[in-house]
Design a protein around this ligand. Structure first.
Ligand SMILES: [Zn+2]
Length: 172
């Protein structure tokens, strides 16, 4: 089922999401609906608050368009920068909740991702880099009420100010 995506200005995008206590069939169905919604919108990641549920659930699929789907369902994900040398990387981001806005965001290049998978197993992935690290950090921010537009330069903010203002007004 395709779910409606909350966009910039919706209060739910600014709330800190609640931890998932138990993985129920309903939550697995929600995760699958989120994947379907994300694929339809050509996204690579989607967090539950973006579909109106303030819980710590994220779906990610980094497979390219011509590849088989490789969905990852993450309950209660935690992303931390790895220790040691970890240069900040700047890369252009967009967001299904902030349509038509793309801008550079700087983030640590190497992170550790811990999450509970759909079978209830806790998984630890160390030294994640590239697109996966970027996406995990972006989605993690969603669970804490943070949007990528909070992290863009003053110039990019100014350039997108009218679009953001318009969306915020529509979603008030
Ligand atoms: Zn996003």
């Amino acid at each position: 089922m395709i779910l409606p995506i909350s966009t910039y200005g919706s209060p739910i995008l600014r709330k800190k999401a609640e931890p998932v206590e138990e993985i129920t069939p309903e939550l697995l169905e929600l995760a699958n609906n989120m994947l379907e919604t994300m694929y339809k919108a050509n996204g690579v990641g989607l967090a539950a608050p973006q579909v109106g549920k303030s819980i710590r659930l994220v779906v990610i699929d980094l497979a390219k368009e011509d590849e088989e789907h490789r969905p990852i369902i993450l309950f209660n994900p935690e992303v931390v920068p790895e220790e040691g040398e970890n240069p900040v990387e700047t890369y252009e981001e967009g967001c299904l909740s902030v349509p038509d806005v793309w801008a550079n965001v700087s983030r640590p290049s190497r992170v550790r991702l811990t999450y509970t998978n759909e079978k209830g197993e806790r998984v630890v992935l160390q030294n994640i880099t590239g697109k996966f690290a970027r996406c995990a950090q972006h989605e993690q921010d969603h669970l804490n009420g943070i949007l990528f537009t909070d992290k863009i330069s003053v110039a990019d903010k100014a350039m997108n100010a009218s679009k953001l203002k318009k969306m915020a007004k529509e979603n008030k």
